[in-house]
Write a protein that binds this ligand. Sequence first.
Ligand code: OFO
Length: 162
Amino acid sequence: MKISDSMVSAINDQIKAEYDSAYIYLAMSAYFKSAGLDGMAHWMQKQYREEVEHAEKFIDYLYERGARVIIPDVAKPKDNYADALEAFRTAYAHEQYVTSRIYKLVDLAVSEKDYATQSMLQWYVDEQMEEEDNTSSIVSKLEFLGTDKHGIYTVDRELSAR
Ligand code: OFO
């Protein structure tokens, strides 16, 4: 069964969203580096690479379905934050936004009875659950620590192990 034009266009929009995510996290990594938080910088750089993989997975899927891939412009990301907590809160909110986008893709695939796309999207549904969980648990730790620099450096060291 041929994939619909509306599904192809929605997946191309999501490819852009994934590259935008990648750039947001790459910019966060640069911010953390400038703040001397190398562990968090490392964590965000890994996240950047994951987002590129998410985009590539969608690209490969469109190729598999014989559809046209449009390589998007990437939006300039915010490049400064007040502190680590603000950056991770932004990351968590961003992941919630991405989850809502993935759910809309699922809704579209369901409404079109596009079972192949539904099956492909299940991976992203699971991945979003993990991404929200990862970012929200770091937010909770940082909220608990407040301005406790020693604690923040301990979290930084923990995140360098990712
Ligand atoms: Fe691609 O999962 Fe984050 O944004």
